[in-house]
Design a protein. Sequence first.
Length: 113
Amino acid sequence: MKLFAALRQIRDFERGQLPFLKNLIDFDLIIEIGYAEENDKPLTLKQVLLLNLSSRTTVRRRLARLIEAGVVRRRKNANDQRSSHLIISGASLKLLGKYGVLLAATCALLSAS
């Protein structure tokens, strides 16, 4: 497979299956929240803001949009009822899993050529 054909295939998947990824900040938020959850250390809003992915206002606005879209969910912190953890929804995890498989397959095809 040629480079730009592969990139086009990835981009088509992003547009069709991941419409909630409007910009790199959305992508960064999902990656950081998912990574922390994957390591059994889910993030709170404060921890996300401290990552300095963008301005606090922008991060809050983008995160609110992802929550409204059902991509990210808030779950009460079992240890501290005053805070909540941010997690990736199950449906979004499935889509992101498919995206990961596509990226891995595309990388393998490009390496082989």
